[in-house]
Design a protein around this ligand. Structure first.
Ligand SMILES: Nc1nc2c(ncn2[C@@H]2O[C@H](COP(=O)(O)OP(=O)(O)OP(=O)(O)O)[C@@H](O)[C@H]2O)c(=O)[nH]1
Ligand SMILES: [Mg+2]
Ligand SMILES: [Zn+2]
Length: 294
């Protein structure tokens, strides 16, 4: 993992894109991934696997990942999780401290150098199963949309998705249940982007495990009864694409809030949802499934 420059000065190659960087660089000059990931991976003597959380802006990626990491840190579901590097804790801390004040965390900026990257070592305690080293970046939905619309605009995203061992694709179930076609079309775009990335394997269906998460399911609790039926009925275009091109897809319903209030502030016109209390439903299940597929 450590590489030498021609001038014998030691440089470090980025875990995500492989670019050589100065030994004291904090972020990769090419893709902005934190170089701490490399140092942590060297200490670990294992290359981590990347699990990407993808989906449209405002679908709930940051909220979901923050709660998931916090559950793992609290040993939910018999998982034992060890964060690698203090930077790995920032996302979880941001989400938890906002939710404790009954506000949702802010939207993720488009610039990759502002994203949170969590690097965790995870295993099931009782089963004595081997450790899985996971890198889970929290990307911005708008950057994902820009990359999907014009591939290669955000090279970091292409590199990440190319290297991903598994993906969590979040879709807004509340919008879909209300009859909006937007979540279905975005899901299709995302899936066809992934499909074309694996163009070399044309003819074969894609093996990479993809968990499709129906977010904000508190608005449409019927998702919890049968997420598959919900997707088939409300997101049928994405469902069909999954069937045709992806071998290993599973569907889950997720919600983090028990009840919501709505409020406006004095200086702003628009109404914002206020999470009155958190009630986690279905947060761990998709993660357990992905871990079992890796
Ligand atoms: N009802 C409900 N709303 C949710 C839930 N999770 C998130 N939300 C809403 O979705 C909004 C967006 O959540 P984020 O996690 O910031 O979305 P994101 O996908 O990270 O968006 P970008 O950072 O722009 O890509 C929040 O501000 C909440 O209003 C949920 O479980 N239930
Ligand atoms: Mg976000
Ligand atoms: Zn890089």
């Amino acid at each position: 993992m450590l590489a030498k420059h021609a001038d014998t000065m030691t440089s470090t190659s980025c875990l995500i894109c492989g670019t050589h960087n100065a030994p004291d660089a904090l972020l990769c000059s090419e893709c902005c991934a934190p170089m701490a990931l490399v140092q942590d991976a060297v200490a670990q003597e294992r290359e981590p696997r990347i699990v990407s959380v993808i989906g449209e802006s405002n679908v709930g990626k940051t909220v979901y990942l923050g709660f998931l990491l916090d559950m793992l840190a609290q040993r939910a579901g018999d998982f034992e999780a060890v964060p690698k590097g203090a930077h790995s804790i920032d996302l979880q801390q941001t989400v938890m401290s906002h939710m404790a004040r009954r506000v949702f965390p802010p939207k993720t900026p488009m610039e990759a150098d502002q994203w949170y990257w969590a690097y965790y070592q995870v295993r099931r305690r009782a089963a004595g199963s081997p450790w899985a080293d996971l890198v889970m970046p929290d990307m911005a939905g708008e950057s994902l949309a820009a990359e999907v619309a014009a591939p290669q605009t955000f090279r970091v995203i292409r590199n990440l998705l190319n290297k991903s061992a598994g993906m969590l694709l979040l879709v807004d179930a509340a919008l879909a249940a209300n009859g909006s076609t937007q979540p279905d079309f975005f899901g299709m775009k995302m899936l066809s982007y992934i499909d074309s990335m694996y163009a070399a394997q044309r003819g074969r269906r894609i093996q990479t495990p993809i968990a499709v998460l129906l977010c904000k399911a508190d608005h449409c609790p019927e998702c919890f009864d049968n997420p598959r039926d919900f997707v088939q009925a409300n997101l049928c275009r994405s469902w069909n694409l999954c069937e045709s091109r992806f071998e290993n897809v599973e569907f889950f319903a997720v919600s983090v809030v028990g009840s919501l209030g709505y409020a406006t502030s004095q200086d702003e016109e628009h109404v914002v949802p206020v999470p009155l209390h958190t009630a986690l439903q279905g947060v761990l299940e998709p993660f357990e499934w992905i871990i079992d597929q890796l």
